[in-house]
Each structure stands twice: as C-alpha cells, then as structure tokens.
Design a protein around this ligand. Structure first.
Ligand code: ADP
Length: 249
C-alpha cells in the first residue's frame, strides 16, 4: 500500500516537473519568437530613418518586409490569445456553412510570402462540386494557416506543399502534405500536446512554441471533426482534417 502510494506520488512529481520544464521551454520559445521580428522591424526602421535607402524600390521593399514581420507578430499574439481562450473554455465559435476551397485559397494567400522566401510551391487540388461545411471561418483559417506554416517550416527549399480537398459521404477531408523532414513514429501521438516540440526542431533549427497543433486539434474537435497525421521521416508528412457536413450546435 505504502509502496503504491510512493510510486504514485513519484509519478505525479515527475509529471509536474516535465510540465514545468515544457512551460519554461515555452516561455523561452515565445520570447525568442517575439524578439526576432521586433529586431527585424527596428533594423528596417533605422535604415529608413537614416535615409540610407535612396531608391523608391528599395524603400518599398523595406516597407513590405516591415509588414511581413508585423504579420508574424500578429499571428503569434493571435495564437497565444486563442490558446488562452480555449484553455479558459471561453472561445465562442460561430458556425456558418462555408466553402472549404475558398478557405484553402485564403490560407494559401496568407502563407504565400513565407513559401516564396523558401521557393516552396503551394498547390491546391480540389474535387469538383465540394459541399459547404459548417465552420467558424476565422478559427478554421487559423487551423489551415498553422498546418501550412508547419509544412513550410519543416520542409527544405524548393519543395511542394499540397492541400487536397475531397468529400466523403458525411464529411469533407482537407489534407496538407509536404515533402519535408517528417516526424519520428514515436513522436507522432505527442505532437498534438500543448508545448510539445519534436526532435526534428533541433535538427532543422526551426523556431516555434509547440502550440500550433494543440490549437489545430482543439478547434477541429470543436467542429466535431478529427485530425490525423501520417508521416515518414525524411520523406514528408500529411495532416488530414475530417470535417463533418453537419454540426449539432
Ligand atoms: P511548433 O511548430 O511551434 O514546434 P506545433 O504544435 O505546430 O509546434 O508542432 C509540434 C511538433 O510537431 C513540431 O515541433 C514538429 O516537431 C512537429 N511537426 C509539426 N508539423 C510538422 C511537419 N509538417 N513536418 C515535420 N514535423 C512537424
């Protein structure tokens, strides 16, 4: 009895320690993610202010770059707010029937600058005559942005990321596939946990917070859907969302 009690306490302590380690890593990762766009904007602003840019083309490029860095900051803040709302169970979803193709096109347009930086081609393959599905458009846009963002982050330059959309009897399947790093089989069920970051992040030195997929899962489940991963290390990964045609809410 005593031994069982001790073993249980040890397990709880270990779990708490692991959680606190993940949270410390998280704070470090978030600070790092904030720091780099802020530094980027400051440098670009300094160049503009000192008048070292003479050509209007160069000035326009700097403004575009500032816009891109601010976009990164905005996405990061939105992601943190969303996680906080989901944690507090305070996220209000507003379901309306929307086109999954239009959603994919919107997400693709948002991610295009990041993909262009790495010469990655973003492609959509959609079945004809897809039905509309009940969704909270802003939340589902976050989901697709996260999946595309990861696909681009964890892929080498000059590869292709494909979003394919097809319908099944009572659901629409949206799948985002890349030709990137892939995910170790042992890690595939852990990556949806909050703060969890895979071992491929060290190898590829990819920045992140370990929040993206936790968010994806929470939002998809609120849509009464499911998310699944299939991945081969060194070959690539596919994340499939199954979204039902009908929602009970
Ligand atoms: P982050 O990308 O901020 O680390 P996520 O929650 O989005 O956090 O992803 C968790 C982990 O899953 C990542 O750290 C990475 O190891 C792995 N991962 C997610 N998407 C991909 C992908 N498309 N290719 C390879 N690994 C991925």
């Amino acid at each position: 009895m005593l031994m069982t009690g001790v073993a249980m306490t040890m397990r709880v302590v270990r779990r708490e320690m692991e959680l606190s380690r993940l949270q410390n890593d998280f704070v470090a990762a978030v600070s790092h993610e904030f720091k780099s766009p802020i530094t980027g904007v400051r440098l670009l602003m300094e160049r503009l202010q000192t008048g070292r840019t003479h050509s209007p083309e160069r000035t326009a490029t700097y403004y575009t770059a500032i816009g891109r860095e601010l976009g990164r900051l905005e996405r990061l803040v939105n992601r943190l707010l969303l996680v906080q709302q989901i944690q507090a169970d305070g996220r209000l979803y507003r379901f309306r029937r929307e086109s999954p193709l239009r959603l994919a096109q919107q997400a693709e347009a948002l991610m295009q600058p990041l993909a262009t930086d790495k010469d990655i081609r973003l492609k959509i393959e959609a079945e004809a005559g897809l039905p509309e599905i009940p969704m909270d458009e802003a939340a589902m846009l976050d989901v697709l942005e996260n999946l595309l963002d990861n696909a681009v982050k964890y892929s080498p330059n000059s590869t292709t990321v494909t979003t394919s959309i097809r319908s099944e009897e009572d659901a629409v399947i949206i799948e985002v596939c890349d030709q990137g790093a892939g995910i170790d089989p042992a890690e595939q069920r852990l990556i949806f946990d909050k703060f969890y970051r895979g071992s491929n992040t060290d190898r590829y030195d990819v920045r992140g917070t370990g929040l993206g997929l936790a968010l994806v899962k929470a939002v998809v489940e609120a849509h009464e859907g499911a998310v699944a991963v299939s991945s081969t290390p060194g070959k690539g990964s596919c994340f499939a969302l199954k979204l039902p045609l009908h929602h009970s809410g």
